[in-house]
Write a protein that binds this ligand. Structure first.
Ligand code: FES
Length: 144
């Protein structure tokens, strides 16, 4: 039998008591990713302060393994309070370290959480682009 390693207390804690589970109705960004090999699915929702660009709220829904749930939960704790730029720089290593490690075969679960966050951030950026108001007509171009 293959030894897949032990889970840290932090992984077990976040798996048993996941933080920030749920959805945000009027989210500013939503990202859904899946891993075709294991079939796990993850969706992350972010609410961003329009002035400070800080991620003020974050929720997740994960249909997946315990490590995926723990990684999602930890991701919401790490990303909240960071600006969009800072959140973009969060890596799987940040998640793994914050969880005090994951067994090697479960590292991809932290990758999924990182991809879900980045998808939500990307969605936020795209929405901001499409929300830019049309440029005002150049002076003198309005009909009299
Ligand atoms: Fe695939 Fe955990 S086994 S995300």
């Amino acid at each position: 039998m293959t030894n897949i390693g032990e889970y840290s207390q932090k992984v077990l804690d976040h798996f048993r008591n996941p933080r920030n589970v749920g959805t945000i109705d009027n989210a500013d960004g939503v990202g859904t990713v899946g891993n075709p090999t294991c079939g796990d699915l993850m969706t992350m929702y972010i609410k961003v302060n329009p002035e400070t660009k800080v991620v003020e709220d974050m929720k997740f829904q994960t249909f997946g393994c315990g490590a995926a749930i723990a990684s999602s939960s930890m991701m919401t704790e790490i990303a909240q309070g960071r600006t969009i730029d800072e959140a973009t720089r969060i890596t799987k290593t940040d998640i793994v370290e914050a969880l005090d490690g994951l067994p090697p075969v479960k590292i991809h679960c932290s990758v999924l959480a990182t991809e879900a966050l980045h998808a939500a951030l990307q969605d936020y950026v795209e929405r901001q682009k499409s929300n830019v108001p049309d440029a005002a007509p150049a002076p003198g171009t309005a009909s009299a």
